[in-house]
Design a binder for this molecule. Structure first.
Ligand SMILES: *[C@@H]1O[C@H](CO)[C@@H](O)[C@H](O)[C@H]1NC(C)=O
Ligand SMILES: *[C@@H]1O[C@H](CO)[C@@H](O)[C@H](O)[C@H]1NC(C)=O
Ligand SMILES: *[C@@H]1O[C@H](CO)[C@@H](O)[C@H](O)[C@H]1NC(C)=O
Ligand SMILES: *[C@@H]1O[C@H](CO)[C@@H](O)[C@H](O)[C@H]1NC(C)=O
Length: 412
């Protein structure tokens, strides 16, 4: 027995030394794009509810918007169809079939259209026998479905985790990932795995494993189109930071779920909080809305390249939150450019979730800045250099209630 355990031990050590992070070369920066679920949900009733119809026309129109209105240049590229895209039954060969009315030309047609514009195409399945909304899921069909998604030239696959046991989740996501890999087509692998482990099965997710097998994973509830949902997500990441930041970086990202811009849910100041925290977290930036309803101000934020540069920084560091007052948090994120390969630039986001205004002061030198030369300070929302400062200077900022400000310090 002892000898047997001894041998097993070495086998285990050997195996753990050969497995590595998911190495499909994708998602070196957090994915940006559009996903149908947040706003369109299961938009199958196009006759009675044309405003929320999930169909070919919608998907192609998002691609056109990205292409024509500067979103693509800003980095928005993935267009992802979520649940409710298929017929209720597989065909006689066991293959999934796109809904014949809403996607009359099939998915490859949509993929081709999107690719021709230089954009990328994403789809959805569930790891169980049905999807969350009752459409056919991939259980028992991993190989067939992986092959089919590859044939459709899918670039991103979101895999949900409704209706299955904890043990199965821990095995199935790894197995499906291997089938995706075996197709030879690199696809960003987005897993809902840890969300279901933590919030449905009330266990601790094994993030070591999740980050090894998935490019992107959901670690909290679905966003809904309201300010309170955004506050809950921000608060969750504040509390879960210590737990999550280690697993976050190029190729593997925590996903706080979609942006709710374009849904009329946020004031301008609340939209600053939403995008500021997502940028500082290095979160995926996936819109979910009727692109025609994005307000002028929201569009200005989405196309603010100084802000997007923080969100998409190649170091991929998740900002660390510091509670300054009960409802005021300062998120601190080191990023490029570096001076002399030594001194990072650092962004500070001040976020006030409360409903009053006040002033905070902080000394950047206490939060990881260490160049003894000055720093140039940029106000990211105004896109202006506002002053120079030294390590020992104190910075006073007024942050109105439910608002955010971001200051980036570039070493001079
Ligand atoms: C499959 O996995 C191998 C080993 O991690 C990797 O080198 C390769 O790029 C992957 N291929 C695809 C298509 O994901
Ligand atoms: C944010 O609002 C709260 C109101 O409760 C206030 O006490 C706090 O000082 C404000 N913080 C900032 C930085 O303005
Ligand atoms: C400054 O801080 C960065 C990041 O914490 C670190 O890598 C670097 O070595 C520090 N430089 C000096 C001169 O202390
Ligand atoms: C900051 O310092 C740089 C370099 O010394 C200088 O060119 C620039 O004018 C200064 N900016 C401000 C706002 O004082």
């Amino acid at each position: 027995m002892a000898v047997y355990l001894f041998v097993l031990f070495f086998v285990a050590v050997y195996l753990s030394s050969v497995v590595e992070l998911l190495d499909n070369g994708l998602a070196r920066r957090p994915p940006m794009g559009w996903m149908s679920w947040g706003y369109y949900m299961c938009g199958v009733d196009c006759q009675r509810n044309p405003q929320k119809c999930l169909d070919e026309k919608l998907i192609l129109s998002v691609a056109d918007k990205f292409y024509k209105e500067g979103y693509q240049e800003a980095g928005f590229e993935y267009i992802i169809i979520d649940d409710c895209w298929s017929e209720k039954k597989r065909d006689h060969n066991g293959k999934l079939v796109a809904d014949r009315k809403r996607f009359p030309n099939g998915m490859k047609y949509i993929a081709d259209y999107i690719h021709k514009l230089g954009l990328k195409f994403g789809m959805y399945t569930n790891i169980a026998a049905t999807t969350c909304m009752g459409y056919p899921g991939s259980r028992e069909h991993f190989k067939t479905d992986a092959k089919m998604f590859a044939e459709w030239e899918v670039d991103y696959l979101k895999v949900d985790g409704c209706f299955v046991e904890e043990d199965y989740l821990n095995i199935a996501y790894i197995k499906l990932g291997a089938h995706l890999n075996a197709t030879g087509r690199p696809m960003v692998y987005s897993c809902s795995w840890p969300y279901y482990i933590e919030f449905i099965h009330h266990k601790q997710p094994d993030y070591q494993s999740v980050s090894k097998y998935c490019n992107v994973w959901r670690s909290y509830h679905d966003v809904v189109t309201s300010w309170s949902a955004i506050k809950a997500i921000v608060t969750h990441y504040l509390e879960a930071y210590e737990h999550l930041y280690k697993f976050h970086g190029p190729g593997h990202w925590n996903d706080p779920d979609m942006l709710i811009f374009g849904t009329g849910s946020l004031t301008d100041s609340q939209s600053r909080v939403h995008i500021a925290v997502y940028a500082m977290l290095a979160a995926p930036l996936l819109l979910s809305c009727d692109m025609n309803r994005i307000s002028e101000y929201e569009k200005k934020l989405l196309l603010n390249l100084d802000l997007i540069a923080i969100a998409q920084d190649p170091l991929g560091v998740m900002a660390k939150p510091h509670a300054l007052q009960r409802l005021v948090t300062m998120w601190v994120k080191p990023h490029l450019p570096k001076k002399g390969d030594k001194y990072n630039s650092v962004s500070f986001a001040l976020v006030n979730l409360s409903d009053e205004t006040a002033t905070v002061s902080f000394t950047p030198g206490q939060y990881g800045l260490n160049s003894s030369d000055n720093y140039a300070v940029m106000d990211i929302f105004a896109q202006l250099f506002i002053r120079n400062m030294s390590l020992s200077d104190t910075f006073r900022v007024n942050v109105p209630s439910e608002d955010a400000a971001i200051y980036t310090m570039f070493p001079l």
